[in-house]
Design a protein around this ligand. Sequence first.
Ligand code: ZN
Length: 238
Amino acid sequence: MLPTDTALVLFSGGQDSTTCLAWALQHYARVETIGFDYGQRHAVELTVRPTVLARLRAHNRDWDAKLGEDHMIDLSLISAISQTAMTHDIAIETQANGLPNTFVPGRNLLFMTVAATVAYRRGLSVLVGGMCETDFSGYPDCRDDTMKALQVALNLGMDSRFKLETPLMWRDKRQTWELAHALGGTALVDLIRDETHTCYLGERGTLHDWGYGCGTCPACALRARGYRQYAGTEAPAA
Ligand code: ZN
């Protein structure tokens, strides 16, 4: 049996996965991180990861003691086998099936499966991901049912007892900022706002009240609205 107090967090360097990492550091005795380089246009998120990790360590001594190895995995095969606005220089738009062309088919399935493979080797029992069904772009592999089905498939296929945790599944972006505040106060909110990266276009020139980004892509729009609702400078959605 795997110990149930160890976790592997899918950590991209974005707002959601950083909040998930803080959540995991609060809940588990040992926490490792995994990141994927898949030729994303916003590869800048990979360059902010070490800074975010260092600042999380400085933020909380307990978290520093619990935080273990960081695993960076090359998944460049994703951009080789798909053609989307996430990995290629084409405009972001909605496709005929209603999904934005930033959707990389099967990406989260692949991420979780690779994470499970690493967790198996490392003796980690909980896989933590920032998938969210509430304030998302309609990606079907972010759905709660998808993750529950994948948990069953991974456990059958690896004869293991992994638990997939998705602490943001039912939170909107405002509530994700509120979770960060509950976990680490204003200092953690400021850390996430200033150091994490969400923008699909990899824009990092201007620091807005909600952090860095182009301000217009779908990821920036969600992040900015959520932050302003959290900060009370914009009314929550009705
Ligand atoms: Zn943007």
